[in-house]
Write a protein that binds this ligand. Structure first.
Ligand code: ZN
Length: 198
């Protein structure tokens, strides 16, 4: 062991982060060591809080430290329109675009027979319950334009169209395999505007 145990522990902890090798971890550990105590304390609190306070919204399954989440609690947003996304980062990308004033449903994955992910493994049942609860007029399917995202959109369409809800799919003039979270706001805006009924 080269450094005191506390520093070694920090280096070991940091080097488990994605993209952080031992060299970067050592650099970060020394940065924290030399930073003011307030910074280290605040950082430690953030790490604890993110595990203790962040939960899934009981309504849309967005990550939130409020229940329901900020978006579900916002009375100025249209609860009759639900945009279905695969992940929280997709939701964030759409929110960054601005403009969208409906609500969301986060599936936390997409259907993939190859990976053994079936409807019961993602939040499709919860979406069905929301629709059956009434008041939903349109479902915007904003799953990825790849094979799994398309299969998921198709499954949800077949499941919920009989409920009398308008089902739309965001425009797929988007390169195949592109994920929503990596698109710029203008592209997402166009994908929304060009959505078609399915
Ligand atoms: Zn919510």
């Amino acid at each position: 062991m080269v450094y005191p145990q506390s520093i070694e522990n920090l280096i070991r902890g940091l080097s488990k982060l994605p993209g952080i090798g031992e060299k970067s971890a050592t650099r970060l550990a020394f940065y924290v060591l030399n930073a003011p105590s307030e910074y280290a304390n605040a950082l430690a609190k953030c790490l604890v809080d993110v595990k203790e306070k962040v939960r899934y919204c009981t309504e849309c399954f967005n990550l939130s430290d409020l229940a329901p989440c900020r978006i579900c609690a916002d009375g100025s947003r249209d609860g009759a329109v639900i945009c279905v996304v695969e992940g929280v980062k997709d939701l964030a990308a759409i929110e960054d675009m601005g403009g969208y004033r409906g609500r969301y449903h986060v599936l936390h994955g997409s259907l993939s027979p190859l990976k053994g992910v079936g409807p019961a493994d993602i939040r499709i049942g919860e979406l069905e319950s929301r629709v059956k609860g009434g008041g939903v007029k349109e479902i915007i399917l904003a799953t990825s334009p790849d094979m799994e995202g398309e299969a998921t959109a198709l499954y949800i369409t077949r499941l919920l169209k009989p409920e009398g809800v308008k089902m739309t799919r965001i425009a797929t003039g988007i390169p195949v395999g592109a994920e929503l979270e990596y698109m710029d706001g203008m592209t997402i805006g166009r994908a929304f505007e060009g959505r078609r009924e399915v």
